[in-house]
Design a protein around this ligand. Structure first.
Ligand code: CUA
Length: 351
């Protein structure tokens, strides 16, 4: 049965068809996840073009290498069925094969060396390109890693223009943004796959990187260095908007809460229960343990990307943070249902 099957198969499956089949399969296999619209897909970049060009270039070269090697392997396997093992013993003498197999090895060596050297040079050039931004950054931010959230401070030579926010970075489209990274506790890693590579946040040290978005959009980031229990829930977002929208957002962030004249039962609860850890600028709340909540409602998520910033989730988070994010520094507060509703109403006015 086997010879018939083999004859039938090799009749249909010539070397060309085999290579075509394997190639199509591999291209599909590689490019389906590559094209997926997943939040952390680094192959769909919006940052400096040269990085994604290199990634795709190397990916395509790798696919070609796999296809060629697999094709040659198949070809050689099929060929050897119809050919005697060589060298051949003939009349008690060793007759070498007509073709020189060593030449093929040399050719393979030269080809792979050339391709690898090319890829190395291309990678070095790209690394040199991304070492510094293409032009002077127009915005500078300081990102501090905490267990398990991101403190974000917009720097300025004028101290009145400095403000602090958390977990969501707003940037203007098309402009490089300088990012100074530091940690308040353990090592974290700043990673916004669509915009840049990873850079660690190391205690006692300031690391520098930069990001640039070439189109408007929201780009998911993630702590990429294991940093404890809630490492996986240490998400961030970079929101790239037009310069005008960015300026409007920045102006709003600069405002203090006193200018909005909020005073309520909820504010009293907040001052008693929350102010030791959280800041609301313009009020007595000046805690630095947790995120600055001055403009909480301008953010789309709470608990570092863990929950959507909507009333139900906000209530759940305040009522039992240890259920949502076990191990987080936010304790379960001793408050009743009415106080919970009041403090939530207070928070919902922080925009
Ligand atoms: Cu911070 Cu992992």
């Amino acid at each position: 049965m086997w010879p018939e099957l083999r004859a039938g198969l090799s009749g249909w499956l010539g070397p060309r068809r085999t290579i075509w089949l394997i190639g199509t399969f591999l291209v599909q296999l590689y490019s389906v996840p590559a094209r997926a619209n997943a939040p952390l897909n680094y192959l769909v970049g919006a940052g400096p073009r040269n990085v994604s060009t290199l990634t795709w270039g190397v990916l395509i070269i790798s696919i070609i290498v796999v296809v060629v090697i697999t094709g040659l392997l198949f070809f050689a396997t099929l060929k050897s069925w119809n050919r005697p093992a060589s060298p051949i013993w003939k009349d008690r003498e060793l007759v070498p094969r007509a073709t020189n197999p060593v030449a093929v090895v040399y050719a393979g060596l030269i080809l792979s060396t050339a391709v690898l050297l090319g890829v190395t040079i291309w990678t070095m050039m790209t690394l040199a390109d991304v070492a510094a931004p293409p032009s002077k950054p127009t915005v500078s931010i300081e990102v501090t890693g905490h267990e398990w959230w991101w403190e974000i401070r917009y720097l300025n030579s004028d101290p009145s223009q400095i403000f602090t926010t958390a977990n969501e970075i707003h940037i203007p489209v098309g402009e490089p943004v300088a990012v100074h990274l530091q940690s308040a506790d353990v090592i974290h890693s700043f990673w916004v796959p669509a915009l840049s590579g990873k850079t660690d946040l190391i205690p006692g040290q300031i690391n520098k990187t930069w990001i640039l978005a070439d189109r408007a959009g929201t780009f998911r980031g993630q702590c990429a260095e294991y940093c404890g229990l809630q490492h996986a829930h240490m998400g961030l977002k970079v929101i790239a908007t037009s310069k005008a929208d960015f300026e409007a957002w920045r102006k709003n962030q600069l405002q203090s809460e006193s200018e909005k004249s909020i005073g309520s039962a909820g504010q009293n609860v907040f001052m008693q229960k929350c102010a030791v850890c959280h800041t609301v600028r313009g009020t007595r709340a000046g805690g630095r343990v947790g995120p600055d909540l001055t403009h909480l409602m301008t953010r789309t998520t709470i608990a570092a990307g863990t929950l959507p910033n909507r009333p139900g989730y906000l209530s759940g988070w305040i009522a039992d943070p240890q259920h949502v994010k076990p191990g987080s520094k936010m304790p379960r507060l001793q408050i009743d249902g009415q106080q919970l509703a009041e403090v939530r109403t207070y928070l919902e006015a922080l925009n």
